[in-house]
Design a binder for this molecule. Structure first.
Ligand code: DQA
Length: 146
């Protein structure tokens, strides 16, 4: 299974950004734990971080040819980017949305995700473990649907 993990805007600042909400682990450390989980699963996982909406759309388009599935944390774009929602719907491979924080328990604007509607599933509130859970679930989905 080949998986693209997309970290959206401001996630490059993990570790220093609002650590009481997002924890103290840096993006590099998060990517290390994703790589370890990928090795356990025998999956080929590539991680990218993009602050721009267009770059995320481009990454999703590229994944439709090169990957079996996508894990995406769209960051704040989750709450309003119809362009990313459309890209997720367009690529025809399973996409799981992950949020580090429990967005349902935060400000009202975070309780809506327009991208989630285009995804297979959403995992929110488990911190970095959410990415590992998403990879495991995708392993099952991809082998079942192959
Ligand atoms: C986030 C939640 C979003 O509301 C926020 O804008 C982020 C991070 C999360 O991982 O909890 O940037 O996606």
């Amino acid at each position: 299974m080949r998986v693209l993990v997309v970290h959206g805007p401001n996630l490059d600042l993990l570790g220093e950004r609002e650590p009481e909400i997002y924890g103290t682990r840096t993006l590099a450390e998060l990517n290390e734990s994703i790589a370890a989980a990928a090795e356990d699963l025998g999956a080929d996982v590539r991680c990218e971080q993009h602050n721009g909406e267009g770059a995320i759309v481009d990454a999703l388009h590229a994944a439709r040819k090169s990957c079996d599935a996508v894990v995406i944390n769209p960051g704040a774009y989750a709450h309003y980017s119809y362009a990313i929602a459309d890209a997720i719907a367009a690529i025809g491979i399973p996409v799981v949305e992950v949020h580090l924080s429990n967005v349902a328990a935060r400000e009202a604007f975070r309780r809506t995700s327009v991208t989630a509607a285009a995804c297979r599933a959403v995992i929110s509130g488990f911190g970095p473990a959410g990415y590992v859970l998403a990879l495991r679930a995708l392993g099952e989905i991809v082998s079942r649907e192959r």
